[in-house]
Design a protein around this ligand. Structure first.
Ligand code: SF4
Ligand code: SF4
Length: 135
């Protein structure tokens, strides 16, 4: 299973190698998408953890024991398709291939291919893409 989290580290924990130890002690893959952490200051990291259910549970418990605040993030892209003028601008930035023009020059959005990179949000002149959070 894969889950994304925002981890918040207190001033007392940012100088400890918690993420390194987390990876060493558990059979998991941690992809740090974005991090803003400086020793001695409160910090945050946006991470994706890939693990079995039992390893995920152990990893999350480990983080909680070390006073890391966990916030699950489950976001997705919503396309407000009705006003779309099918200009194709969004397809040129969608490297995942989720946005394509079909044979009739109409935009098609395959949400299963979307990796939520958010590049389409700025690419659309009509601002038709929105990032939604499940939690
Ligand atoms: S968020 Fe990224 S992958 Fe998803 S539709 Fe937009 S450009 Fe494509
Ligand atoms: S950029 Fe916006 S208006 Fe153009 S095809 Fe994509 S969603 Fe439609």
């Amino acid at each position: 299973m894969k889950e994304k989290f925002i981890l918040t580290f207190s001033e007392n924990t940012t100088n400890k190698p918690i993420i390194n130890d987390l990876i060493k002690k558990h059979d998991i893959i941690v992809n740090v998408i974005k991090a803003d952490i400086s020793a001695g200051e409160k910090g945050t990291a946006f991470v994706e953890i890939n693990a079995t259910k039992s390893e995920m549970d152990k990893a999350l418990k480990y983080l909680k024991i070390h006073n890391v605040i966990l916030q699950s993030v489950d976001k997705y892209v919503h396309l407000n398709s009705d006003p779309c003028i099918h200009c194709g601008a969004c397809t040129s930035v969608c490297f995942a291939g989720a946005l394509k023009m079909n044979n009739e020059n109409k935009l098609e959005f395959d949400t299963s291919k979307c990796i939520v990179c958010e590049l389409c949000v700025d690419a659309c002149p009509l601002e038709l893409f929105e990032i939604h959070f499940n939690k």
